[in-house]
Design a protein around this ligand. Structure first.
Ligand code: DLL
Length: 433
């Protein structure tokens, strides 16, 4: 089901709407946010210079640093009393990035999430278990409001306490799971420990995943665990932009439709800042054109993707962004070679004898970068055969070499011996830092 007519506008209708909204938003930030006024004045660009969408690249970028420099509310266009909600991003160092919502922003957020929930097959009949952590993270409350809005029965269980999650699934008849892909894998694993087959003994038919990437082999793993007809879609967002609700996969699974009447996407060369043509890979930049409290202009997400404007079979006309290759700051440079953890995951998860849990440890020994990949075996009995382990290690190494052009040390470990995650997985340890 397509939730809103704005998802099927013609390109011309959409662009007219975008331009009107962009102009209003620009005026708003220029008048109300000293940091924007300063940036635009320094760049020598005025609101009146933006006459068409092609003029967008004249505007300066906004970056995370601007949010930090204006901590906590300096980028907001409304006084604090107009906010009805405040969230903060899950930054690991220093002060978090603070985001706020007016009442209208909440309505817009709810609308955007309702759309992506429908894209992923959610309906009013669903019993939706939200296993994202509630709190400052935007994931849980974002999906909560969006799913409630479409009429689903929402269970706000939050993350953790996995056995209880499974009890609720059984007793309340959960049909839809909202979680990070890594937590969804872990829930299935614990269900198996409890003697249940998630595909047969639970009624979970759909997963709305997000907050971190889901590679295609990881999606296959979801089908293996949750059933072959399980609908596993992912959606994308970022606290600064709104939280979840920026884009989501439809059932065609060919990229994530961006809610373009609210967000204008661009792809840039991260080195030069130059805008790249459709189809080229680069850093995603988003301009928010309908938000009141925190409308970011040309925000550099740090996420690497590409845009496809060809029509989608689902009937939506909105642009699709390719599932992320990673974040530019996740990219490892190992002996001069650029490596995204998602590339490693793609290789590992195609090998039958190993499970979906892995860790990457990068170090520097005698001035030379090293990479060790710890991977869990799918089956404990494999540990008994040295010959088998040796052959498997060699095969993983050679597959990685083909894809990355790099050698890694492979350490096969027993099933269930690596860390598990209830939120976003942290699979890389870079000891060089
Ligand atoms: O993760 C918002 C969100 C919550 C989106 C739940 C979808 C579902 P932050 O905590 O600010 O916000 O983290 C944003 O997470 O820049 C990406 O690097 C990453 N990310 C989010 N969704 C995906 C995805 C939320 N589907 C950062 N695939 C983003 C890959 C994702 N990475």
């Amino acid at each position: 089901m397509i939730w809103a007519k704005e998802e099927t506008l013609s390109r011309q209708e959409l662009q007219e709407l975008q331009l009107t909204r962009l102009k209003t938003t620009l005026k708003r930030v220029y008048e109300k946010v000293p940091a924007y006024r300063k940036k635009m004045d320094e760049a020598g660009v005025t609101c009146d210079d933006i006459k068409s969408l092609d003029d967008l690249p004249k505007l300066p970028f906004t970056v995370k640093r601007d949010m930090r420099d204006n901590y906590p509310f300096g980028m907001f266009t409304v006084p604090k009393k107009d906010l009805v909600r405040i969230h903060a991003s899950s930054g690991t160092t220093g002060k978090p990035t603070v985001v706020g919502y007016t009442r209208n922003d909440m309505a817009m957020w709810t609308e955007c999430v309702s759309r992506i929930a429908c894209m992923g097959g959610a309906t009013a009949e669903d019993v939706a278990q939200i296993s994202f952590g509630y709190g400052m993270f935007t994931g849980a409350l974002g999906l909560h409001y969006g799913l409630e809005n479409i009429g689903a029965s929402v269970i706000p269980v939050s993350s953790g306490n996995t056995q209880k999650q499974i009890m609720y699934m059984q007793d309340f008849g959960t049909t839809l799971l909202v979680a990070t892909p890594s937590y969804a894998l872990h829930i299935a694993e614990v269900a198996r420990d409890m003697g249940l087959d998630p595909a047969k003994d639970l009624n979970v038919k759909k997963g709305l995943f997000g907050g971190e990437g889901m590679t295609e082999p990881m999606r296959n793993e979801m089908h293996r665990l949750w059933g072959k007809d399980f609908i596993a879609t992912q959606n994308y967002g970022m606290s600064e932009l709104i939280g979840p609700g920026v884009s989501g996969e439809c059932l065609e699974l060919c990229g994530m439709h961006i809610n373009e009447d609210h967000f204008i996407p661009e792809i840039i060369n991260p080195e030069t800042g130059e805008v790249l043509p459709p189809g080229e890979k680069g850093e995603l930049v988003i301009t928010c054109i309908t938000k009141e409290a925190l409308p970011l202009i040309r925000y550099r997400t740090g996420d690497i993707s590409r845009l496809f404007y060809e029509p989608c079979k689902c009937g939506r006309t909105t642009v699709r962004m390719e599932n992320l290759s990673g974040r530019s700051d996740d990219m490892l440079i190992i002996r001069g070679v650029n490596v995204f953890p998602s590339q490693i995951e793609e290789v590992l998860l195609k090998i039958e004898e190993i499970g979906p849990h892995y860790e990457i440890v990068v170090d520097r020994v005698n001035y030379l970068d090293t990479m060790e990949i710890r991977v869990e075996l799918a089956d404990e009995t494999l540990l008994d055969s040295y010959a088998m382990l040796g052959e498997l290690e060699k095969r993983i190494k050679s597959n990685l070499r083909t894809v990355l052009g790099l050698d890694a040390v492979i350490k096969l470990v027993a099933p269930r011996s690596l860390r598990r995650f209830e939120g976003k997985a942290r699979r890389v340890t870079d000891l060089r830092k």
